[in-house]
Design a protein around this ligand. Sequence first.
Ligand SMILES: *Cc1c(COP(=O)(O)O)cnc(C)c1O
Length: 223
Amino acid sequence: MSVKENLEILKSQLNENVRLVAVSKTKPDEMVQEAYEAGQRIFGENKVQDMVDREGRLPSDIQWHFIGHLQRNKVKYLAPFINTIQAVDSLRLLKEIEKHARANQRVINCFLQFHIALEESKFGLSIDTAKQILMSEEYKNMEHIKIGGVMGMATFTDDMDKVRGEFKTLRKYFDLIKNEFFNDDDNFCEISMCMSGDYKIAIEEGSTLIRVGTAIFGEREKH
Ligand SMILES: *Cc1c(COP(=O)(O)O)cnc(C)c1O
């Protein structure tokens, strides 16, 4: 199946509230270009250097979403062009994004990444830490950040009940944060969930942005 066909199948399963982030990590530019020509505009990468290189080579109206763990010392490379940084997991990172967004005279869309998986290794905020960030004076003074929603990574497992439970938790966190901090702010609207194996569950659980790589571009080589 071609990238175009895979995209068409996927899109036929989305409702009007769900958009697709095509996760192109490790795949050749030609495949990204093929997806672009099929109408896809939002692409996700999880390595800074790969995203910077691609941005220079591919059409300028692509909306790049950074979906991996972002080190503070690398924010400066993304700040000139990044559309959305999906995985903000500390106030220190947010401050660094603000600084470089300001230097580039841009406003950068950010999602708060929540820790929803049981695995210890996964990054992300607790609900209390997220609230502390949003209540801080430092955050309130940021003029070059928009918080556009939440993101989470479920446990890597075949146990779909577990995955569904974790997505429900993310949805609950979204509702809590929305009610307490963004009731009048339509920009805070996105819930970014999932991978290829669980996107159907993510849609059922209210995801507005699904992150899908393998089901579009095929399996990645294991590193
Ligand atoms: C790679 C990745 C995905 C997509 O995974 P697939 O199984 O290839 O669809 C989604 N989210 C994050 C954060 C990723 O790193």
